[in-house]
Write a protein that binds this ligand. Structure first.
Ligand SMILES: Cc1cc2nc3c(=O)[nH]c(=O)nc-3n(C[C@H](O)[C@H](O)[C@H](O)COP(=O)(O)OP(=O)(O)OC[C@H]3O[C@@H](n4cnc5c(N)ncnc54)[C@H](O)[C@@H]3O)c2cc1C
Length: 465
């Protein structure tokens, strides 16, 4: 049987290789290290964790990351098996001994007779003769391959610089303070004239916010992150350093917006949030790309009126990244629309994080193996964590009325990506649920639905667990 080629022996590439081999299909895995390194990897190992040693929450009842852990375990994930076997104490999180973890993944890959590992860089597009290839080269894809992908997909389709703004769960925004309106009520194509959520500030609130930005702790750029800023996506704290009024004339300008609760009083500054997913459950804070430390972001952004109880689906950040504009370029099975023999997996598809990269590697592997065996697999339903993430990458993201090359941004798995559900309104004793209790019950309902639907998918597809 003709092998499937995988480029990149990171988290996604190893998981995809494993899934394909388990399905009985041969794999050739190309990994460029050690002959060529990246700015972040330090070892020769396959599946090296480049930064933290955490796979985040392992709570499958209350957290979407825990749900995706559960789903990957049910589907025989190699990465999850090795993570479980190399766990270190970390409260409710799944954290690992990074050396033991990478060694275990590498040993399993090398011991698998259907997988051949070639230590070489694939410095351009794979030849057509490879037939089926999965590109899983991650955020630090080697420049030669990145350049060829960019040439194939179009000038602006591959971002090399990742400036991300925080994303907030809509239901945590205080709509008694904020209001919906587009600047000058412009509807634009596909808009309604009320597409943005607006958070008003008076002068004192603005001054306090700028002070908090200026005095907060920032993450230091590492050597490999020497990419220059584009003026269009400066971190907000850098803008604030340029002058106290800069933000008020930039992303926080108060023009063209009227607070319906106070129409005669003009806000001194306004923070806007824009719908981020088709479901309307997530909103990004417009122009708020930042390199403030995570803890500082939650503290400082909750100073914004209307966001005082904000729950963040993702915090902002700034680092070099290579990712496709997947909603436009990939089909629902992660294949390049213009060249379906080429499939993508891992962070390069626009998911964010170890767990998500692995999850997309798992799906890419299963989908590719199914095709090779002539048994097309239907992707998991959007009500599962795997399906919700896949759906977001390949189509759930909403191109806003100001869509541009950077409209689609890397995303962690979170409950905001799941189709909404009516959670229980009363607890077991029949008492009416309110506030945080109601939110927690809704998460448990989403998790239970995901569990049921994944089991159904595994059963229906004959997917080998
Ligand atoms: C600096 C940095 C820190 C991060 N920290 C975290 C974190 O703490 N927690 C978290 O959850 N996520 C983090 N991420 C995000 C992301 O989840 C990880 O980068 C994750 O490893 C992505 O998995 P992947 O399999 O897509 O890519 P990788 O794990 O990076 O694997 C890609 C592999 O492809 C190889 N490769 C690249 N180009 C070629 C080529 N042309 N030919 C052959 N091989 C090639 C690379 O050597 C690498 O082994 C971080 C990302 C970066 C850039």
């Amino acid at each position: 049987m003709q092998p499937i080629h995988i480029i990149g022996g990171g988290l996604a590439g190893c998981e995809a290789s494993w899934q394909i081999a388990r399905a009985g299909v041969p794999v050739i895995l190309h990994e460029m290290r050690p002959s060529r390194g990246t700015e972040a990897h330090r070892t020769e190992r396959l599946a090296e964790l480049v930064c933290s040693n955490s796979f985040r929450s392992d709570d499958a009842e209350n957290n979407a990351v825990g749900v995706i852990h559960r789903e990957m375990r049910a589907l025989g994930s190699l990465i999850m098996r090795c993570a479980d076997a190399n766990q270190v104490p970390a409260g409710g999180a799944l954290a690992v001994d990074r050396d033991g973890f990478a060694a275990a993944v590498e040993a399993a890959i090398l011991a698998e007779p259907l997988i051949t590992v070639r230590r070489e860089e694939v410095a351009g597009l794979p030849p057509e003769s490879w037939d089926k290839t999965i590109v899983a080269t991650g955020p630090l894809t080697s420049p030669a391959l990145a350049e060829s992908i960019r040439a194939l997909t179009g000038e602006n389709a591959l971002a090399f610089f990742d400036a991300i703004a925080p994303i907030v769960h809509f239901d945590s925004i205080d709509m008694d303070i904020a209001w919906r309106q587009s600047r000058y009520d412009k509807a634009g194509p596909g808009g309604t004239g009320a597409d943005y959520v607006n958070c008003p500030m008076d002068k004192a609130q603005y001054e306090a916010f700028v002070d908090a930005l200026l005095s907060s702790e920032k993450t230091e750029f590492r050597e490999f992150e020497g990419t220059p800023y584009f003026d269009g996506c400066l971190p907000i704290e850098v803008m604030a350093e340029r002058g106290r009024e800069t933000l008020r004339h930039g992303p926080m300008k108060p023009v063209g917006l009227t607070n319906p609760r106070d129409p005669t009083v003009k806000a001194y500054a306004i923070v806007q949030l824009r719908q981020d997913n088709a479901l309307g459950t997530l909103f990004n804070v417009v122009g708020f790309q930042t390199k403030l430390k995570y803890g500082e972001q939650s503290r400082v952004f909750r100073l914004i009126p209307g966001l005082q109880h904000a729950e963040f689906a993702r915090l902002g950040g700034l680092h070099r990244n290579t990712f496709l504009n997947s909603p436009r370029l990939l089909d629902g099975r992660l294949r390049l629309k213009g060249r379906p023999g080429l499939r993508f997996a891992g962070q390069i598809t626009g998911c964010e994080g170890y767990v998500e990269s692995t999850a997309i590697g798992l799906l890419a592997g299963r989908l590719a193996a199914g095709e090779r065996l002539g048994r097309e697999i239907t992707p998991p339903p959007a009500t599962t964590a795997l399906g919700a993430l896949l759906n977001h990458i390949t189509g759930g993201h909403l191109e806003s009325i100001e869509a541009g090359a950077r409209s689609f941004q890397p995303m962690n798995v979170n409950f905001g990506l799941f189709p909404p559900i009516e959670g229980p309104t009363k607890d077991e004793a029949g008492k009416k649920l309110r506030g945080p209790d109601k939110g927690a019950a809704r998460k448990r309902a989403l998790s239970a639905r995901a569990d049921l639907d994944l089991k159904g998918w595994i059963k229906g597809m004959g997917a080998r667990a």
